[in-house]
Design a protein around this ligand. Structure first.
Ligand SMILES: Cc1ncc(COP(=O)(O)O)c(C=O)c1O
Length: 702
């Protein structure tokens, strides 16, 4: 089928014009109109059509395509429906080659082999997966090769020459060149660097280049077309559709007219794919002049192992790869440099380390089982464990010469920690926070702003942590040259889970030493709450080799794991890819991410750090669940028996530690990571007590 793609570029070249590559989102504004739009684009002069498969968390897309995806998902658009749209359009005579474009997780959920087979049967010519760089795409590319579907690589302005060489070798029909750093979206002008970017790629390949991102007018088309074999227009087509709908116009007619004007062909044109469309599949690869790539052909651009067993990796848009490898290299150098460790430790006074390890004597007595110890991360500067990682990463950012820091935050604790270190180190700070989280953690929003940070409320999706991460990723793609994304948990693409673990492991190392000093033995169990999993991995990692120590993570059960409103990712989720990493996710059967719920904003996340996924599957760690009411029991018990008001996140771990203490004899020792203090949660507790209070027999009314 991909002969159709090559042919489209060949014909355009013969006619001395760039190929016109269009993008629309499948299912927007509706599945029926999509079929008509495909035909309209062909009539308007499109040589290739990219059909966007909607995804809940499109980290590389700007507001326009995000909007179209969200609208499309309201029609329950899934992969079978997208394939049906292609079949329907083909049945109505569509000839131009079609490339599906989207994110990896829905493809994984559908089945990689199955989707490629079904694409072929439906009349799809190729696939672009935005978050599947060569390091991660071997399996999918091999399947594409087997079935003769083209796998179209992306090259970004930040892509190094070494990678350009590799990506060029992988290409079998055309290469999608991202014209500028950032997300999809129309722009007023074309990047002046474009000719240089194209020249760099041309050094390595003669395969056609189609340039997209920011192209919207006839002038842009001509300008870009002077340098590249193909010009891609996407966001503007969505906007044209939206405007036509608002004006009650016939969308396919408007789309056709716009397409014809942009590409300069005012009348219906002949299409080129038709005659060649059924040519032998193998021709794709003959054209590239080689057989299938083996995994060894893929030069690994990372120095460290990127995975924890089957989990982890770096599933990111090509624009971020260079930045991640630089960050990794900076991290490796820092770890090998004793002066870096000294520098990090020189901030222990500022953080208030070591944090205390205390026996919770009254709580232990009340429970009547094993001794419960508290690792007091709540006493750290800014009130939680987040500051450990914030100090560590800002030191790395300074080494990298970055001047601007961005972060995501759920409960606001990581945002506060980041704003704090930015104040201390004099760097600009922007914090993305879901609108819902801004509301429930208003005090922390104010703290961040007082510290000089800009807080950006995120209005998309569930308006919680995952949406804040999406937005931070989009900012990062656009501003990688001066910006470090200070990821706040042990999540995200490699090397973040490893970096965050390194800086948080101080928790477990100190605990080990302090337990030996105070009790003359290692603990029998360590317990921590798990959102993304940074305080937990910090506590757990130093104990992984100590097999006598049970490792127990506690997830947020929200309204209960029997309901749809919880955040118990490891306990109830399935493996998939989100935010750059392969891990357990709360997702539906189509690979769309489900909205989560927890009374504690910091645990309200549908993913989890990949190392926890590995510890779970390997059986080294156990993961339990505490629901909102149980969290409040833990909160109340610690407050009233020890005079310590814990964060709601940490209260999940307290509850689980209490339950565990009941199961164990009195001579056993449990250490629970008290990850943060509860001041930030007063407002939430007031809000939820009318609902949860009666369930746990707690009435605080005057
Ligand atoms: C006090 C506290 N504990 C725990 C968490 C959860 O994060 P993680 O799982 O990365 O430790 C948060 C997140 O905001 C938090 O504020």
């Amino acid at each position: 089928m991909s002969a159709g793609l090559r042919n489209a570029f060949k014909t355009a070249k013969e006619q001395n014009r760039p190929a016109f590559v269009t993008f629309i989102t499948a299912g927007y504004p509706s599945p029926e109109v999509t079929v008509e739009n495909l035909l309209a684009l062909e009539r308007g002069g499109a040589d290739v059509i990219e059909l966007g498969i909607p995804f809940t968390d499109p980290i590389a897309d700007g507001p326009t395509i995000q909007y179209a995806s969200t609208q499309s998902l309201k029609h329950n658009t899934d992969i079978p429906m997208c394939l049906q749209m292609v079949r329907d359009a083909r049945a109505k005579g569509l000839k131009v080659p079609i490339v599906l474009m989207g994110y990896y997780n829905p493809v994984l959920a559908y089945g990689e082999e199955k989707i490629v087979q079904d694409c072929k049967e439906a009349g799809v010519n190729g696939y672009i997966l935005v978050d599947l760089p060569p390091e991660e795409s071997h399996n999918f590319r091999s399947i594409c090769y087997k079935h003769g579907l083209s796998y179209v690589p992306l090259i970004a302005p930040s892509t190094t020459e070494q990678r350009i060489e590799l990506l060029s070798k992988l290409a079998d029909s055309f290469i999608y060149v991202v014209s500028r750093m950032g997300v999809t979206g129309s722009r007023d002008s074309i990047n002046a660097e474009l000719p240089a970017i194209i020249a760099r790629i041309k050094k390595y390949t003669s395969i056609p280049l189609a340039v997209g991102f920011g192209v919207s007018t006839r002038e842009h088309f001509v300008e870009v077309g002077a340098h590249a074999e193909g010009v891609v227009i996407g966001s503007r087509l969505i906007t044209v559709t939206k405007e036509a709908l608002e004006k009650n116009q016939n969308v396919p007619e408007v789309i056709q007219q716009y397409a014809a004007e942009v590409c300069g062909r005012k009348h219906s044109i002949e299409t080129y794919a038709a005659s060649e469309a059924n040519q032998a599949d193998i021709e794709v690869n003959d054209a590239a002049g080689r057989g299938p790539f083996s995994p060894d052909d893929i030069k690994n651009f990372y120095q460290l192992a990127t995975r924890f067993g089957n989990f982890g990796g770096a599933y990111v848009p090509e624009a971020l790869v260079d930045c991640l490898t630089q960050f990794e290299s900076c991290f490796v150098d820092a770890m090998n440099d004793p002066s870096f460790r000294q520098e990090f430790e020189s901030y222990y006074d500022y953080i208030s380390r070591p944090s205390q390890l205390q026996l919770a004597s009254r709580l232990t007595e009340e429970v009547g089982g094993a001794r419960i110890w508290l690792k007091r991360e709540d006493l750290n500067h800014t009130g939680s464990h987040k500051i450990n990682n914030a100090v560590g990463q800002i030191l790395l950012a300074k080494r990298l010469g970055k001047t601007r820091i961005i972060a995501e935050t759920g409960a606001g604790q990581h945002g506060v920690a980041t704003a704090t270190v930015c104040a201390k180190f004099g760097l600009e700070c922007v914090v993305y926070m879901g609108e819902e989280d801004c509301r429930r953690q208003a005090l922390n929003v104010f703290r961040m702003r007082m510290l000089g940070a800009t807080v950006v409320p995120v209005k998309d999706g569930s308006r919680t942590l995952k949406d804040a991460i999406n937005e931070a990723m989009r900012d990062w793609v656009a501003n990688v040259s001066n910006t470090h994304y200070l990821v706040g948990s042990a999540i995200g693409p490699h090397p973040f889970p490893m970096v965050v673990r390194e800086f948080q492991s101080v928790i477990g190392r100190e605990t080990k030493r302090q337990m030996l000093e105070k009790a003359g033995k290692l603990p029998d169990a360590v317990v921590a709450c798990v959102g993304g999993g940074s305080n937990a991995i910090g506590m757990f990692h130093p104990f992984v080799e100590d097999t006598s120590v049970r490792i127990i993570g506690v997830e947020a059960g929200g309204d209960g794991v029997h309901t749809e409103k919880h955040s118990a990712t490891l306990s109830m989720g399935t493996p998939g890819v989100l935010h750059g990493t392969r891990t357990y996710l709360l997702q539906d059967t189509k690979g769309q991410i489900i909205e989560t719920h927890s009374v504690s904003a910091g645990l309200d996340y549908p993913g989890v750090g990949p190392e926890h996924a590995y510890l779970k599957d390997s059986g080294r760690a156990e993961y339990r669940v505490a629901d909102d009411a149980q969290c409040l029991i833990g909160f109340r018990k610690l407050t009233q028996s020890e005079g310590i008001i814990p964060a709601l996140e940490s209260s999940h771990a307290i509850y689980a530690a209490i339950e565990l203490a009941k199961e164990l004899p009195k001579d056993k020792d449990i250490v629970v990571c008290l990850s943060g203090r509860g001041d930030k949660d007063m407002h939430t507790v007031v809000e939820v007590l009318p609902k949860l209070g009666p369930k746990i027999g707690w009435d605080l009314r005057f």
